[in-house]
Design a protein around this ligand. Sequence first.
Ligand code: GCO
Length: 490
Amino acid sequence: MSDQGPKNRRDFLNQALVLTGAGLLGGAARVASAFPLETRAAGTVRKVVFPARFRWGAATASYQVEGATKEDGRGESIWDRFVHTPGKVKNGDTGDTACDSYHRWRDDIGLLGALNLTSYRFSIAWPRIQPTGKGAANAKGLEHYSHLIDGLLEAGIRPFVTLYHWDLPQALEDAGGWPSRDTADRFAEYAHIVMRALGDRVGEWVVFNEPNVFTLSGYGWGGHAPGRTDPDAMLRAGHVVNLAFGDACRAIRAERPKAHISNAYTMSTFTPETDSEKDRDAARRWQSFWNVWHLEPALYGRYPDVFPGGLPAERIGIKDGDMERVKAHLDFLGLSHYNRFFVSTQSGPAFDIPGSFGGGKEGPITENGWEVWPSAFYDIVMWVTREYGRRTIEITENGACYNDEPDATGKIDDERRLAFYRGYLAELARAIRDGADVRGYHAWSLMDNFEWAEGYTKRFGLVHVDFKTGKRTIKESGRWYAKVAAANGF
Ligand code: GCO
């Protein structure tokens, strides 16, 4: 199996391929592009309105914001180990302190309130609950999240909780990590503990954040923790995560029959670079692997057709009964989206899938190299709506990297982020108008934070964080977003 892939997700997504055309796979490759609504709308007065009771939110993840990695009995996670391994993260940055949200969570709730938000997506750090990934719960860890949840509810903000945003207990990695089937059993136990302690106050649960990204980046490309580069381990990890999802859903429902459950799936449009049969075939395969490798097993009990040689069942590690075990009922569909992709067979294959994909370069480029192309958001929401039967959708993440700093007066005038949100939200509203059942939107991110292998060099926040002092300042984009949330549109 060849693995010519770049070292981390960012490089991978930045890989520039050919970039003419827009539109969804299956549609004809267009040569002249329709530029996003954002610019079409410039100068025109339009009103963007969202449905009544739409939830306006923001998202974070435990390792990216909490810090306090050694407090109150928290165990070591694979990210602690990874960031302290020289050369893995830019500038040697670590999440040891991050935004200090473990201590400043009351401030964070205050910020959500100041932004008029009604939903907060955050994640629970498994190693705070089970320091070694098994055995009795650490009461202090549960207590922390219990306080956070109570604080949110008091402030009228819905807690929208992710069980796993990539911080696996290191002890479980030492025992084999996600490629080991035992990890699925451990995860279901963890899910059960959390549900028993916190499930009474939380309605919406995201089980895994972007299963495709953490299995590919962690075990295939190696740019994320635990930094392994073993395509077979990656495939096995993906399957074990699917088993864990099925098991966790059953464990959650056993404890809380009314819980609403999904994963957060990051999805995108995949356009063949040319109209050639080869490029079209490769685009279809990459689209299935990226978008639905973790969705279709849950919905249909089968993997999508990705590998030209057929499903490598043995390498994936599929055993009798597994394809029943991976099935799960999704109460909603968590959908994250950042940028569109193009697929070419000029390079690749990677992981035995023909061709490779990279981000577009036609629209404005954000400061981590991702293209701004709002209509792709419309396209992907409509695609999911068409392909999977008009499911209830929650947007789990969408946002942009711009590194604006305070000016002399202390103001952070991040007008490019504001333009990004204006464009993407207008396209989301259009999708809703055209029939998509979208109930909520979470901006990534509430505040600048630890951006994985990029350390603190990439800011995604509506709120600026001074990483030396922990000081938080609402950016101009945040002020604008607060108005949108209050007015339910703009
Ligand atoms: C992801 C994660 C977030 C990132 C964000 C920006 O998609 O990688 O869910 O943790 O920080 O997407 O890259």
